[in-house]
Design a protein around this ligand. Structure first.
Ligand SMILES: [Cu+2]
Length: 132
């Protein structure tokens, strides 16, 4: 039978529609399938939009040990600012801290701490994150 051959060739989706037209699944099945496909497409688009959304930039405070003068602050921030995803850096040797404005997706706090540590200081994100 021609219909059987068509089912084999065209695959699942048409098979479902053929069954719908014969009444075994009700007339709304194809419409339901189309609406489901539409929803999946909308979901994919929403996901793509989320990926293209502006990065979530935030401030992270680091406890930095070993800074003794102003040029320590400068050296640390010069290195940290070179990281992709870092927007700003301030360091305070008296407070033993650095404040970094960064996109955690591109410049995670761990990578920033690592950069500071490689310069010979100790560094760790402060326990309580600073307000964005
Ligand atoms: Cu110094």
């Amino acid at each position: 039978m021609a219909l059987a051959g068509r089912r084999v060739r065209t695959g699942l989706r048409l098979l479902a529609c053929d069954e719908a037209s014969s009444g075994s699944r009700g007339p709304g099945f194809c419409a339901l399938l189309a609406s489901l496909m539409g929803r999946i497409a909308a979901l994919v688009l929403a996901f793509a939009a989320a990926c293209a959304a502006p990065p979530e930039v935030r401030n992270t405070r680091f406890v930095v040990g070993g800074m003794v003068c102003h040029s320590c602050e400068e050296g640390i921030c010069a290195a940290v600012r070179k990281l992709d995803g870092v927007e700003a850096c301030t360091a305070d040797h008296a407070a033993g801290a650095a404040e970094v404005r960064h996109d955690p997706a591109r410049a995670p706090a761990a990578a920033i701490a690592d950069t500071i540590t490689k310069l010979g200081y100790t560094a760790a994100p402060a326990a309580a994150p600073a307000a964005p």
